[in-house]
Design a protein around this ligand. Structure first.
Ligand code: BES
Ligand code: ZN
Length: 847
């Protein structure tokens, strides 16, 4: 395909770039950027190519002497200086360009958000700021001068002087351009400190717009906890005397790890009990951790090229997941992460966008910040840790930091560190990085004379461009239980390397019940013929919390699948739910176990089993099962609902959050019987956003929330982050028949500020999360969605392209729906002047 970049084409940059001096004279429509790049050629006679897009060249000089048009070639994508115009040794190239941050609606490069200047350079945004070798393997030391009338002027590194209308910054650590950041505006800081393990004092600032400063306390604490955890767990210390974190309202992604100046979507910073839910708090802490952890896994050691993205992202997601497990949630965190992995990554792997964690070609790199690179990338790191053990993992990571500090690395470097530190050959394991698709693992068992055998077969379906799928190394954690519930064989890691392979356990008195893939030891689909009784037994007795939940999930999924074909609710499942509700397992676990799989998960499972999902039938089955659960266990659910009321003032801690989560799970079930009475009461009485939004969602799902929605809007119309929830909740949870019309109504609402990515995502994400509403048989959902992608594309292609993944499941559905979606995708693809982002996505989606 034309404009495609291939991994195999990688060549080192033919110049070294030691230092960069930048000066910004800020102005909304005409910011001047001057750059001085200290370059030296690695080999004689090569042209100097600098990337540059949508920037106006004002002047160009080499060692102080202006270049003439004959010396260089200027195109839409960059500047090339002819070898004849270059000296033999080191030189300085000076450029001056003009850019218009106010007109930058794509939010990539230097742009404005509510009067404040900010930047987003990953992956290739720096080339919209100045002419530069905008690739991660070019690492340089930056000195930045900012001139402007904003009271606060920030960049990376340490302050190097300031006066009225100017500030200078110096970053001592060489870094690629994607980690550059600049922020200027009327901002206020919440200040804190952290003393590192070797006694260095670090100043911490959380910068927000005036008025938001009373919602920053939690973020500051989360940053301090992250810094401490990285010292204790990975031995990694912070390396500057200042750490700035800024919240902005217009941001394409969640947050960004710019060296010493992290920039965050304000929804991942600002929190107070009245405005943020427990889930928001949890997410804020995780993302602050994530971006902070990048300081070592991303900034100090970066990626050689963007194909290696999962080197920093997969590892850093693994680190943030471990952090949340350690400081907050414990083992239930794994369940949340697996639900997210299956909902996004397995879905991606099963459709036309399937790709390996390390792809080998792309057209637009922004389209590869995917669940496969992130979440599957994290799973692969987790498997490495399982294979070499906790001690072996720490040894490998110590070697990684010692060997590669200051470098731009590859997945090969990463694997080599594990090989060298453990003495193991990891060549088969590497397929997890290079092969797409989710392996399906079939298992059969045999018991004979005290010997128990598990036979596994692995198979991965072909994915786009990869028809052959050789067997992978799969770590399978297995434990065996005796029929009375005792664990007779504790968790053991089986290393499967063949397409079919058997493992034997001897000396068993009776046939055991196997608990397979404990803690979800590998990102595979486990297929096993089993009875509902056995699943119920595991739900009650397994010593592995993940597999207890998994057993309940298997039961729920199976009965929902049967019910969507007309069957009655399964009584083994209903019985098990009663035991669980009345039991004493931690509330957060019971809450997870009481929540039914989402409609998309049922559709995915039906498709994997060779059936065609019917969205309306799935929706009805799920509501019916909720009512059956409530009818069967009304008393226990009501008692649990009452018992889980958390007394006293709100804290976002995991304990009370778990109680609230269980309480809301009970509320959702009970509302199918009580006409919404409890939810209406909770909505009125709630003093925190978790319960007020939870109650609102329950009422929306019951189709009886008009008054509450109006009251909520009235109260919160001045708070953008809360209004995002208002849009999202009603659209994602409303009765599916109403979703498309509601989407039209909301898109006409004066508060629908569609150029703000959070608001746009609330509406589009709300619609696509309403599975049966989005997939309405007449195509109204698809049409609305495509209309808005087409409208957003010229304004913000990155966000438009990301949201197009709502269509990635089109092959699951019946021919009529497939035809409707294909027609919408073609309509998008045929739109004149479509962005590279969205045209790559539609081409891949259409296959
Ligand atoms: N480096 C990314 C942010 C990013 C992604 C910038 C894509 C430009 C393009 C950052 O570290 C990140 O991964 N952010 C995530 C949140 C994280 C907790 C997984 C995000 O923004 O969604
Ligand atoms: Zn990241």
């Amino acid at each position: 395909m034309d404009g495609t970049t291939y991994l195999s084409d990688y060549r080192p940059y033919p110049f070294t770039l030691d230092r960069v001096a930048l000066t910004f004279r800020l102005s909304p429509r005409a910011t001047r950027v001057t750059a001085a790049l200290s370059l030296s050629p690695r080999e004689a006679g090569t042209p100097l190519h600098l990337d540059g897009e949508q920037i106006k060249l004002i002047s160009l000089a080499l060692d102080g002497t202006p270049l003439t048009p004959a010396d260089y070639l200027l195109t839409e994508t960059g500047l090339t200086i002819h070898p004849a115009a270059l000296p033999e040794g080191a030189f300085t190239l000076q450029t001056e360009v003009e850019i218009a941050p106010e007109e930058n609606t794509a939010l990539e490069g230097l742009y404005m958000s509510k009067g404040m200047y900010c930047t987003q350079c990953e992956a290739e945004g720096f080339r919209k700021i100045t002419f530069y070798p905008d690739r991660p393997d070019v690492m340089a030391r930056f000195h930045v001068r900012i001139e402007g009338d904003a009271p606060v002027l920030l960049s990376n590194g340490n302050p190097a002087g300031q006066g009225p209308g100017w500030a200078e910054w110096d970053d001592p650590w060489p870094k690629p351009a994607y980690l550059f950041a600049l922020v200027a505006g009327d901002l206020v800081a919440t200040h804190g400190t952290f003393t590192t393990m070797s006694g260095n004092k670090v100043d911490l600032n959380i910068w927000v717009r005036p008025g938001d400063e009373n919602r920053t306390e939690f973020a500051l604490g989360a940053l301090q906890r992250s810094m401490k955890w990285d010292e204790e767990t990975y031995g990694r210390e912070y390396d500057l005397s200042l750490f700035n974190l800024v919240a902005v309202d217009d941001f394409n992604m969640g947050a960004m790890e710019n060296k010493g100046l992290n920039i965050f979507n304000s929804k991942l910073v600002l929190a107070s009990p009245e405005t943020a839910t427990d889930l928001d708090y949890e997410r804020i802490e995780a993302v602050i951790g994530h971006e902070y952890f990048h300081n070592w896994t991303g900034d100090r050691i970066t990626c050689r090229d963007w194909f290696q993205l999962c080197l920093k992202e997969g590892l850093t997601v693994f680190r943030d997941q471990s952090f949340t497990t350690d400081v907050r949630l414990g083992p239930v965190k794994r369940i949340d992460d697996v639900i997210a992995l299956r909902g996004r990554q397995f879905r991606e792997d099963a459709g036309p966008l399937a790709h390996p964690p390390r792809p080998d070609h792309y057209r637009e790199i922004n389209n590869f910040y995917t669940s496969t690179v992130y979440e599957k990338g994290a799973e692969v790191v987790g498997m490495l840790k399982t294979l070499v053990g906790a001690g072996g993992y720490r040894k490998a990571l110590d070697l990684y930091f010692a060997r590669h500090d200051g470098q731009a690395c590859t997945i090969e470097d990463w694997i080599k560190v594990f090989e060298d530190s453990s003495g193991r050959d990891m060549s088969q394991f590497k397929r997890w990085y290079t092969d797409a698709g989710t392996p399906h693992l079939k298992v059969t068992e045999n018991f004979n004379n005290g010997t128990y055998t598990l036979e596994f077969t692995q198979e991965t379906k072909p994915t786009p461009g990869q028809p052959e799928k050789p067997p992978r190394l799969i770590p399978i954690a297995v434990g065996l239980l005796s029929p009375n519930g005792d664990e007779v064989v504790p968790t053991t890691i089986l290393e499967m390397t063949e397409a079919t392979q058997s493992f034997t356990f001897t000396g068993l008195a009776t046939k055991p019940v196997p608990s397979i893939l404990r803690n979800f030891s590998a990102p595979v689909v486990l297929e096993r013929e089993t009875s509902a009784q056995e699943q119920a037994f595991l739900l009650a007795h397994d010593t592995d919390l993940f597999n207890r939940w998994e057993a309940g999930r298997n039961l729920a999924r199976a009965t929902l699948i049967a019910m969507s074909g007309g069957a009655e609710p399964d009584s083994a499942y209903l019985d098990a739910i009663g035991t669980l509700t009345a039991g004493t397992t931690e509330p957060a676990f019971r809450a997870l176990a009481l929540r039914l799989p989402g409609e998309d998960e049922i559709a995915q499972a039906l498709f994997a089993a060779g059936a065609t999902p019917d969205p309306e039938a799935i929706h009805r089955a799920r509501r019916t099962l909720m009512r059956a659960m409530a009818q069967r266990h009304e008393a226990a659910l009501a008692a649990t609902y009452d018992a889980c009321a958390v007394p006293g003032p709100y804290t976002p801690d995991a304990g009370p959050a778990g109680l609230r989560s269980l309480r809301l799970a009970c509320l959702g079930l009970l509302s199918t019987l009580d006409g919404g009475a409890r939810a209406k009461r909770l909505f009125t009485e709630a003093t925190n956003m978790t319960e007020s939004l939870g109650a609102l969602g329950v009422l929306v799902a019951a189709g009886d929330a008009a008054r509450e929605l109006a009251a909520f809007r009235e109260r919160w119309q001045g708070n953008a982050l809360v209004m995002d929830k208002w849009f999202l909740t009603q659209l994602s949870l409303c009765p599916p028949g109403q979703a498309a019309e509601l989407a039209e109504t909301l898109a006409a609402d004066p508060l629908f500020d569609w150029k703000n990515p959070n608001r746009f995502r609330s509406v589009m994400g709300g619609l696509s999360a309403n599975h049966a509403g989005f997939h309405r048989a007449d195509g109204a959902g698809y049409r609305f969605y495509a209309d808005w992608l087409i409208r957003l594309d010229p304004v913000n292609p990155q966000t438009a392209a990301r949201l197009s993944t709502a269509f990635e499941t089109w092959r699951r559905y019946d021919p009529a729906r497939q035809a409707l979606i294909r027609a919408e995708l073609r309509r998008i693809a045929d739109t004149p002047a479509l962005s590279r982002d969205l045209s790559e996505m539609t081409a891949r989606l259409l296959g």
